[in-house]
Design a protein around this ligand. Structure first.
Ligand code: ADP
Ligand code: AMP
Length: 219
C-alpha cells in the first residue's frame, strides 16, 4: 500500500517539476560590452552549450525596423544610424514579448541572455518599472576590450554584415554612447557585486573558456 503510494508519487515527479518550471520567474543574465566586443558571438556559443535563450536588443530593434507596418521603423532606423539609444518603451516591449513568447512555446526555457541591455539609465529605470517583479537578474556578463579592438572588429564585420552602423562615422558615435551611457550602468552593477568580467580581446575560444568558467560556477 505504502509502496504503491510512493510509486504513484514518483510517477508524478515530471509533472510536478514541469509545473515548478511554469512558475519559474525568468532568470536573466545581462550581456554588456562595447560595440563589436563579441557579445553576439559568445551568446551563440553559450546557447549551444547551456540552456539559455539569446535575446539581442539590437536584433529585436532591427527586426522591428524591418517589420511591415511598424510605427517605429523610421525612428529606430534614425537612432541606429546615429548610434543613439532607442526610447526604452520600444525596447522593453520587444524584450518582454520575446521572453513571453519563448516561455509560452516551451515552459522550460526560462533562462535568458539579454544582449545589449541595459545600455543607459533610461533602460535601467524602464527595466525596474516593468520587469523587476517579473524576472530575476542573476548577474551582468561584461565583455571588456579596448575601443580600438571594438572598432576594428566592427569595420571587419561591416564588410559583409550589411549593417548601417558598421562604418567609421557611426562607430565613433556608438563608442561615445557606450562610454558615456553604458559604462556607468556597468559601474553601478559592479558596486552591487553583480558584474562578471571577461577579457574579450583574446581569441573566440579563449574568451569562451572564461565564459564557461563563470557559467559553470554561477549555475
Ligand atoms: P557584438 O555583438 O558585441 O557587437 P559580435 O559578436 O557581432 O559583437 O562580434 C563583432 C565582430 O568581431 C564579428 O565579425 C565577430 O566575428 C568578430 N569577433 C567576435 N569575437 C571575436 C574575437 N574574440 N576575436 C576576433 N574577432 C571576434
Ligand atoms: P547592437 O546590435 O547591440 O550593436 O546595437 C545596435 C544599435 O541598436 C545601437 O547602436 C542602438 O542604436 C540600438 N540598440 C541596441 N540595444 C539597445 C538598447 N538596449 N536600447 C536602445 N537602443 C538599443
Amino acid at each position: 500500500m505504502v509502496l504503491r503510494s510512493v510509486f504513484a508519487l514518483y510517477q508524478q515527479v515530471p509533472n510536478i517539476l514541469s509545473r515548478v518550471a511554469v512558475m519559474m520567474k525568468p532568470q536573466v543574465v545581462f550581456v554588456l560590452g562595447g560595440p563589436g566586443a563579441g557579445k553576439g558571438t559568445q551568446c551563440t556559443k553559450i546557447t549551444e552549450n547551456y540552456s539559455y535563450t539569446h535575446l539581442s536588443a539590437g536584433d529585436l530593434l532591427r527586426g522591428e525596423r524591418a517589420r511591415e507596418g511598424s510605427e517605429f521603423g523610421q525612428l529606430i532606423d534614425r537612432h541606429i544610424k546615429e548610434g543613439q539609444i532607442v526610447p526604452v518603451e520600444i525596447t522593453i516591449n520587444l524584450l518582454k514579448k520575446a521572453m513571453e513568447e519563448t516561455m509560452k512555446a516551451d515552459e522550460k526555457k526560462f533562462r535568458f541572455l539579454i544582449d545589449g541591455f541595459p545600455r543607459n539609465e533610461d533602460n535601467l529605470q524602464g527595466w525596474s518599472r516593468v520587469m523587476d517583479d517579473k524576472a530575476n537578474v542573476k548577474f551582468v556578463l561584461f565583455f571588456d576590450c579596448s575601443n580600438e579592438v571594438c572598432i576594428d572588429r566592427c569595420l571587419e564585420r561591416g564588410q559583409h554584415s550589411g549593417r548601417t552602423d558598421d562604418n567609421r562615422e557611426s562607430l565613433q558615435k556608438r563608442i561615445q554612447t557606450y562610454l558615456q551611457s553604458t559604462r556607468p550602468i556597468i559601474d553601478q552593477y559592479e558596486k552591487q557585486g553583480k558584474v562578471r568580467t571577461v577579457d574579450a580581446s583574446h581569441k573566440v575560444d579563449e574568451v569562451f573558456a572564461d565564459v564557461k568558467a563563470i557559467l559553470d560556477k554561477e549555475g
